[in-house]
Design a protein around this ligand. Structure first.
Ligand SMILES: O=P(O)(O)OC[C@H]1O[C@H](O)[C@H](O)[C@@H](O)[C@@H]1O
Length: 540
């Protein structure tokens, strides 16, 4: 048996043992377990004491990380080796936030001079837009529309909302969906004479983004004629395509093929964020991520935050067999964080073959979520009393920014209470005692008590930091990025390609003529042909 098989076997044994032990019992046996199962980096902590693990399971998880070579995979990542095997590319988004003086070599050349020059250039442009030094014909830009999708949209949207207290630049708007309703609704409220449009696309070929860019350009041209070009900027790795599209090189900001789309927020894809919050805050955001990079690279596995988060995920997914994870920020400004992590995680580790092309076991879980406390008043019912165990990650800040302290205390109390309720529940005996104290009749108690029981034993991990500053946000995003990397290493999948999105793109292109009313593609399946016929009927 290989070391990896042995490590998995040991985990299975631990899992079988712990499955029968309620979280209440784990806490009764070791009331101080939160000390043992909390890891910190400065003000950031991860408390995983409400996960169904104990020391035996924890050491088996660390054994798996060692057997699967997480530490050497991590070195390969930072070395700039082409670990994205299927595309022959290095994975070096960390270079985009590397500290002053760092040298990062890819293919034997230091990429940092070019990275720094591009960062300086796009931050200078952001400051010029903010100050009005680069202005619209009628005065400073009041509004900016970022057109992009996937990694060219979710990061900027998420970060702009998260950093609302730092937002002192022009208003930001985001258009991603090819649904014309999206751009129509955004432009309806804006003055083209005072609006800057950023077209953000790594490839500059994405159907949705190019369709929206064409529509935005027509909207600008209708108001500005030849002046429309001055209202457009682009971010891409495909500089030939941006030139062919006619966007002036002075407003084109590049990045590199070693930056995956879902890892590109740190590059010029972050331009809209920089326009919103300014260069200084954007640099603090990068510094927070760099601090997590340094921690991830240097900390021993047993105290390494991304490694621990990854191992908890492996425990949940592979050992316990739970297929989804709820990501619930108790932070309204992180409302798009679950969607952001959804792409980061599911596009990276939603794979079913290993790096060698053989069948992989259970890999990336389904990630979903909404902010608390709203989530409590909608789907938390199922998490408390449903038939499935749904592990949850909570994220909360100890202090609010630009918001009322009392509200924040209510928010935190709710977050903590959910973790308590999920872990410890409420037994039938407790429910009956409560109902008796409420003076309910025996018949009513008999009928209602089973419905009021909370089984508990439902795991949560709580991530806490002081406040959601630009630095803390950078650190949090990098935490999840590296967690995804570690899980990819353990599952032995390539976390950096996304072939699974390709087939739909090809098929959509082939169907466009038929949807427009032209001939159907040859050999089209009966269901799709029927749906197209129905669409034409309904169009009348
Ligand atoms: O930035 P783009 O090249 O326009 O790509 C936008 C997005 O679409 C692709 O299909 C991928 O699934 C995403 O990873 C990517 O972020």
């Amino acid at each position: 048996m290989s070391d990896i098989d042995t490590a998995w076997k040991r985990l299975e044994t631990e899992g079988a043992r712990l499955r029968g032990i309620h979280l209440r019992e784990l806490f009764a046996a070791d009331p101080g377990r939160s000390g043992a199962f909390t890891a910190t980096l400065d003000d950031l902590s991860i408390d995983f004491s409400k996960e169904k693990i104990d020391q035996g399971a924890f050491s088996a998880l660390l054994g798996l990380a060692e057997a699967t070579g997480v530490a050497s995979c991590r070195e390969a990542l930072f070395s700039g080796a082409p670990i994205n095997l299927t595309e022959g590319r290095a994975v070096q988004h960390m270079a985009l936030r590397a500290p002053e003086g760092a040298v990062v070599e890819i293919d034997g050349a230091d990429v940092m001079p070019e990275v720094r020059a591009t960062l300086d250039r796009f931050l200078a442009f952001a400051e010029d837009v903010r100050s009005g030094a680069y202005a619209a014909a009628d005065g400073p830009f009041t509004d900016v529309i970022n057109i992009g999708i996937g990694g060219s949209d979710l990061g900027p949207v998420m970060a702009t909302r998260a950093l609302r207290p730092d937002h002192d630049g022009p208003r930001l708007h985001f258009v991603s969906n090819v649904d014309g309703g999206h751009i129509a609704d955004v432009t309806a409220t804006l003055d083209p004479k005072r609006t800057l449009v950023i077209v953000a696309s790594k490839t500059f070929t994405t159907l949705e983004t190019m369709a929206n860019a064409d529509t935005a350009r027509a909207w600008l041209s209708a108001a500005l004629g030849d002046g429309a070009g001055a209202h457009m900027a682009a971010v891409s790795t495909n500089l030939e395509a941006t030139a062919a599209y006619g966007i002036d090189a002075s407003r084109v900001f590049g990045f590199w093929d070693w930056v995956g789309g879902r890892y590109s927020l740190w590059s010029a894809i972050g331009l809209p964020v920089a326009i919103a919050v300014g260069a200084q805050a954007f640099r603090a955001f990068l510094a927070g991520a760099a601090a997590m990079d340094a921690h991830f690279r240097e900390a021993p596995l047993a105290h390494n935050l991304p490694v621990l988060l990854a191992l908890i995920g492996v425990w949940r997914r592979n050992v316990m067999g739970w297929r989804t994870v709820g990501l619930i920020p108790y932070d309204q400004r992180l409302e798009r964080f679950p969607a952001y992590v959804q792409q980061l995680d599911m596009e990276s580790n939603g794979k079913s073959v290993t790096r060698e092309g053989r069948p992989a076991g259970a890999t990336g879980p389904v990630i979903w979520g909404e902010p608390g406390t709203n989530a409590q008043h909608s789907f938390f019912q199922l998490i408390h009393q449903g038939a499935d165990t749904v592990p949850v990650d909570f994220i909360a800040a100890a202090t609010p920014r630009g918001a009322d302290q009392h509200h924040h205390e209510l928010l935190l109390a709710n977050c903590l209470a959910q973790g308590q309720a999920l872990a410890f529940g409420k037994s039938e005996a407790e429910v009956r005692a409560d109902m008796e104290a409420e003076g309910k009749s025996a018949a009513e108690i008999e009928m209602i008590a089973p419905h009021r029981v909370f089984p508990g034993d439902r795991p949560t991990t709580t991530i806490l930091h002081r406040a959601l500053t630009p630095y803390a946000l950078g650190r949090l995003v990098a935490l999840y990025e590296h967690k995804v990397f570690v899980q990819g290493a353990i599952w032995n999948v390539n976390s950096y390609d996304q072939w699974g999105v390709e087939l739909g793109k090809v098929l959509a292109k082939a169907l466009i003529p038929a949807v427009k009313g032209e001939a159907l593609p040859e050999g089209l399946d009966g269901s799709t042909a029927g749906l197209i016929a129905r669409i034409h009927d309904l169009k009348g």
